[in-house]
Ligand binder design. Structure first.
Ligand code: PRX
Length: 683
């Protein structure tokens, strides 16, 4: 029953860090009323080379009339994140503890990495970066699959104060080039290639194309460091000094597939990771950076089509990632935690790398897909590593539901304690399936609402404290003060639905958009002065629970991947046959939403199957495979207002075949609506 309340398992609640609604309320209140005290206490867990004074601990301005928008936490403090995540954990006796179990795409490929070894590899690679001329503040672009070298590379950047910009290794060369160019990255890190399920991705060749494009825009990537992942010539990072022998991953002919490939190579620019690492020093003194020095840039879609380089800084992000991880997953020292998200997205940054390592956690790092070699891969990995916290996305849950329950019942999933969901609203059917079948009715589900911009969870249940309602992200995390506003910016009290905004910053919130503070201010603070605007709508019920309903701006969320209508439309419009394109989302049973494109062709150009295929291919190539539209429809005209604005509300109705389109009186030409209904592919 979807409207039932599900209480935390008593056994879990007994030992939870936060184990009652009362305790949550007290902690939340303190975090809002006395942020310096609340976060100051938490900050003591970490090492600070210099500290912040109480009066400088927290300052901000959210009001456009009072000057620039700014957010500062722990001014005056300095630290190093890799030191806190690695050296400190090793010093505290966790040197031999596993930081990551690596599980490859193929079942027989696996490895592991202890905290000590992770520190050593990080220092070595930091020295490699230094040898390539990378200094504090320089940007390093990372386009890598889910391999151990990826967290090593990120941590090596933090070691020397360089700023990493990880780009999801499913993006096309154009998208990669655009991001490398925007951040003016000096170095690009990648791998030769990767198998994702049965599909091969030639990463180095995508990087070559991207670097050529970047060069044509007068920026030069000085070095490209390539992990030999397909044909490992040395052992993977975890296999040397841990005592236990692990398998040499990807020996070149996994599952009988030959990994022979032609790599093009520029001797002045390209080098192999393992060759550079051979002679690198295993120690590297950390560069102490200021609390508000940049830690990383992560690009997310913007409504104008140009991606936004979300900038996160050091101290606030560290304490927020650590604290959300600890409380939301209720991670205990012997637990095995697994987040299935790719590190190329914010979930992977905060909850595969920074949050877990800041808590000296042991995690699974998974390279593969849920469907390879069989549709039971997730369940077999949970059983293999005795996973206690499992964090995934609603789209994955929905796609696995359809394979039936027998596939799951073969496995022992009793190790699970907490389940997590992220990326989009979880429908109650998927929630209940996750709860009953995977969690066997005894695990709490943390439906975590957050964004690339928020850095960490902002609305989420706490597993030992919060009574759950399927589909509700429940209540704000510590430090977070949400409000619902109506169209005029008036605060909605009590029950109601409106724009989800935040009144004040929490430590992990973004600080700016890289190289464009003005855009940061207009994109997030112009709509409602004094509030950070999420772009999402939400409802608050009579019990005060938040239900995030999804984007109310021009963003599309396909399988948890955000993109903007403008981004897709501008690629479609580049085709010589296309005069105009309009893109909307349509509900999809597995992906949550899918893309539905309306195309007006140029005079004399035919709208046929070939054009549809070409347009789909173009989107795949220019943005990435995840953005491929499900439907491309002919639109001899588009529903526009007299001032020329496309009425997407009407297009969304046409996409789902709902004739109830509402008021059309502002349309310049009402007849276009009927025509578009007639031209629907299934009409
Ligand atoms: O629309 C919300 C949705 O994902 C958007 C953020 O996307 P991104 O920056 O790519 O980060 C995804 C991972 C944090 C949000 O604006 N979203 C994310 N989590 C939820 C969600 N919508 C509803 N419920 C959630 N739990």
């Amino acid at each position: 029953m979807a409207d039932r309340i599900y209480y935390p398992n008593a056994e879990l609640a007994r030992t939870a860090y936060c184990n009652s609604v009362e305790q949550y309320k007290q902690m939340h209140e303190k975090s809002i009323k006395h942020p310096e005290e609340f976060w100051g206490e938490i900050a003591k867990q970490f090492y600070w080379e210099t500290t912040s004074s109480n009066d400088k601990f927290f300052s901000y301005n959210f009001n456009r009339n009072d000057g620039d928008i700014f957010i500062k936490w722990m001014e005056g403090a300095s630290t190093n994140i890799s030191f806190n995540l690695l050296d400190k954990n090793v010093k505290c006796g966790n040197g031999d503890k596993i930081a990551f179990y690596w599980e490859g795409n193929d079942i027989e490929d696996y490895s592991r990495l202890t905290y000590r070894k992770l520190l050593e590899e990080t220092c070595k690679f930091a020295n490699v970066l230094k040898s390539k001329g990378v200094q504090k503040g320089d940007r390093v672009a990372i386009y890598m699959p889910m391999i151990l070298e990826l967290p090593i590379a990120m941590l090596a950047c933090t070691r020397i104060g360089a700023v990493h910009s990880v780009i999801f290794a499913g993006y096309s060369s154009d998208s990669l080039a655009e991001r490398v160019l925007d951040s003016k990255a000096k170095v690009l890190l990648t791998a030769d290639g990767v198998w994702r399920g049965p599909k091969f991705l030639n990463l180095k060749s995508i990087c070559d194309q991207a670097m050529a494009k970047v060069k044509s825009h007068d920026h030069k990537v000085e070095s490209c460091i390539v992990v030999s992942h397909l044909r490992r010539v040395t052992s993977p990072p975890g296999s040397t000094s841990d005592g236990e022998k692990t398998k040499n991953i990807n020996n070149g002919t996994t599952n009988g597939r030959s990994n022979e490939m032609n790599l093009s190579w520029d001797d002045d620019r390209d080098c192999w990771w393992h060759e550079e690492m051979e002679d690198a020093e295993a120690s590297c003194y950390p560069v102490w950076v200021a609390a508000e020095d940049p830690l990383f840039i992560l690009y997310t879609s913007g409504s104008t089509g140009k991606p936004k380089g979300v900038l996160h800084t050091t101290a606030g992000y560290l304490i927020y990632a650590a604290t959300t991880f600890k409380y939301v997953f209720d991670y205990k020292p012997n637990d095995i935690y697994w987040c299935t998200a790719d590190i190329g997205w914010i979930t992977g940054h905060t909850y595969v790398v920074y949050g877990p390592l800041a808590n000296a956690a042991t995690s699974v790092l998974f390279e593969g897909t849920p469907f390879y070699p069989q549709n039971d891969r997730y369940w077999s990995v949970i059983e293999k590593y005795k996973v206690s916290q499992f964090y995934t996305a609603p789209t994955a849950i929905r796609s696995l539901m359809k394979f039936g329950d027998d596939l799951i019942k073969k496995y022992n999933l009793r190790s699970l304690k907490v389940l997590g969901s992220v990326g989009e609203p979880i429908n109650s059917e998927a929630w209940l399936w996750f709860y009953n079948l995977i969690g066997q009715g005894k695990c709490s589900i943390a439906d975590t609402f957050w964004q690339t911009e928020t850095g960490g969870h902002v609305i989420t249940p706490l597993p030992g404290a919060t009574p759950m309602k399927p589909g509700s992200a429940t209540f704000p995390f510590f430090g977070v003060l949400p409000e619902l506003l109506d169209e005029d910016g008036k605060i909605i009290e009590g029950e109601g639905e409106g724009y989800l905004v935040f009144r004040q910053p929490w430590p992990g919130m973004m600080r700016s958009l890289y190289g464009n503070h003005e855009r940061f201010e207009t994109a997030y603070f112009d709509k409602f002065n004094g509030f950070y605007c999420t772009g999402d709508g939400a409802r608050r019920d009579a019990d005060g629970y938040f239900w995030v309903t999804g984007r109310i701006d021009d963003m599309l969320n396909v399988s948890g991947h955000l993109m903007s209508t403008a981004e897709v439309e501008s690629v479609l419009a580049e085709h010589t046959a296309v005069a105009e394109a309009a893109v909307v989302s349509k509900p999809h049973p597995i992906k949550g939403q899918c893309l539905y494109c309306f195309i007006t062709t140029n005079e004399g150009k035919n709208f046929d199957k070939q054009l549809q295929d070409e347009l789909k291919k173009k989107i795949r190539e220019r943005i990435g495979p995840f953005a491929q539209p499900d439907v491309v429809q002919h639109a001899p005209g588009l529903p526009k207002t007299r001032s020329g604005k496309i009425m997407r509300r009407i297009l969304r109705k046409i996409a789902i075949g709902d004739r109830n389109v509402g008021d059309t009186s502002t349309l310049a030409d009402e007849s276009v609506v009927d025509l578009l209904f007639q031209l629907r592919p299934n009409a």
